[in-house]
Design a protein around this ligand. Structure first.
Ligand code: AMP
Length: 470
């Protein structure tokens, strides 16, 4: 199938051709005609399947007749709102919108927290048809009356499963309540849980369901290997693998921000160019690290799940799980960073005895037995210095007793959402682990009052206070 056969305009086809795309990916082939027809869509697609172009191209096509070369802001009302869970994803989606709209006079801008609001206000005042935003900062604009939703006709919820995990749903419902009722709704999600279906049934109207990948499937283009190792020797093994495999560039996942910082420092001491990226880093640091990584001056990006979500680095050859995630679905998200758009990828997991339970959960979820490779001298029974572990250590149970592990139910607060609201008092946050790794049975945000925070009243820009949110 060709892009030409999908009914896209010559201007959009030209931009697509310049990107070097020769044929639509499966999600694009299915989603583009449905979106062009103006229907609501709920689509489950793995990361790296090309879903951004899957919704952006037909949206641009639909808005093209309304595009105007006039400089008057009135000629450029917001017509499409794309909501994403993280700043990086928002920036990336907006960059794609700019790329694909190169030959169409439609304007776009990105709105997220952690940066000065003024340039965002300026862009909104100048007039912009497509706004890509994270929910927290968007609501700040609503509160300050610097955004007008009265002409919005298309709403996109991107990575909806992650927005659920991050507790953004009440914010999303507030935003949706401010939009014109008659609009097209598109919901994209890496996984398609029952909770996502519930969310979509409240927002979408008679949607067409598109599911191109098996639920929780991992890509066949990713070679997955487990390296059993003692927990105290992981960093040594990682340095060894970076040098010997070799690993030219990788995203290395840690569970915690503190762990990511520490590992980054140790790798640098080993002479490896590394940068840490997580939600405690300033936005400019995060952007710079990503640029350095893309430019090749940084080889290893040490990241937490939240920060890494949505990162799209072309040709990423390796993903390393320095620690396995608590939630097995996060493993699927993590390794989706490699093996993207047809290129072969490697996912390496350094697994200590303490993580065997997480490993079993991952293998159960993805319905596969992962290959184990023991590197001589680094087997899981050997602590620092290569000495065999003391018998009583080696004989202890696989995992610490439940009471010693972070209780999953307490992790359900908003992680980056706190950052998205710089104007409000800092919420006390549990230092470790980062709250992104949530059990899917705890999607909802804890009551704001219990977080020492007043619920945010959103004065209506249009149409009164939002209706009661669930
Ligand atoms: P996404 O899943 O939207 O994050 O896209 C993943 C990657 O696939 C991005 O780097 C896109 O530039 C690339 N991509 C999207 N559509 C195509 C296509 N039809 N052919 C080749 N690459 C594509």
């Amino acid at each position: 199938m060709s892009f030409e056969s999908l009914g896209l305009s010559p201007e959009i086809l030209r931009a697509v051709a310049e990107e070097g795309y020769t044929e639509p990916t499966p999600i694009q082939a299915q989603a583009i005609p449905v979106v062009l027809a103006g229907k609501d869509v709920q689509a489950a697609a793995q990361t790296g399947t090309g879903k951004t172009a899957g919704f952006t191209l037909p949206i641009l096509n639909r808005l093209q007749p309304l595009a105007s070369s006039s400089v008057s802001p009135a000629k450029h009302p917001i017509r499409c709102l794309v909501l994403t869970p993280t700043r990086e994803l928002a920036a990336q989606v907006e960059a794609s919108v700019k790329t694909y709209s190169k030959y169409v006079p439609l304007r776009s801008t990105v709105i997220y927290g952690g940066v000065n609001m003024d340039p965002q206000i300026k862009a909104l005042m100048a007039g912009v048809e497509i706004v890509v935003a994270t929910p927290g900062r968007l609501l700040d604009h609503v509160q300050q009356r610097t955004i007008n939703f009265s002409q919005v006709e298309i709403l996109v919820l991107d990575e909806a499963d992650r927005m659920l995990d991050m507790g953004f749903i009440p914010d999303i419902r507030r935003i949706v309540a401010l939009l014109p009722k008659k609009r097209q709704n598109l919901l994209f999600s890496a996984t398609f849980s029952d909770d996502i279906k519930k969310l979509s049934s409240g927002i979408l109207h008679d949607p067409v369901t598109i599911e191109v990948a098996r639920r929780n499937a991992t890509s066949e283009l990713v070679r997955q290997v487990i390296y059993p190792v003692h927990k105290d020797r992981k960093r040594e093994l990682l340095t060894h693998l970076i040098r010997t495999l070799p690993i030219p560039q990788a995203i290395v996942f840690c569970r915690t921000k503190h762990g990511a910082n520490r590992l980054c420092g140790l790798l640098e001491r080993d002479g490896i160019n590394a940068a840490a990226i997580h939600s405690d880093k300033t936005q400019s640091h995060r952007t710079q690290s990503l640029e350095d990584f893309k430019g090749g001056t940084v080889n290893i990006l040490v990241a937490t799940d939240i920060a890494a979500r949505g990162l799209d680095v072309d040709q990423m050859p390796y993903v390393v799980n320095y620690e396995l995630p608590h939630v097995p679905e996060d493993y699927v998200h993590r390794i989706g960073r490699t093996g993207r758009a047809g290129s072969l990828g490697h996912a390496i997991s350094l697994v200590s005895d303490e993580e065997l339970r997480e490993l079993a959960d991952i293998e159960k979820l993805t319905k596969q037995k992962l290959e184990r490779v023991v590197v001589e001298g680094f087997d899981s029974a050997r602590p620092e210095g290569g000495r065999p572990a003391r018998p009583e250590r080696a004989a202890r149970p696989e995992r610490a007793p439940r009471a010693e592990r972070p209780p999953r139910t307490e992790q359900a607060a908003r992680p980056e959402a706190v950052e998205e609201e710089p104007a409000e008092p800092k919420v006390r946050r549990e230092p470790e682990p980062e709250r992104a790794s949530l059990s899917r049975s705890h999607f909802s945000r804890p009551p704001l009052a219990s977080m020492g925070k007043k619920p945010r009243e959103v004065p209506a820009l249009l149409g009164g206070l939002p209706k009661k949110t669930s």
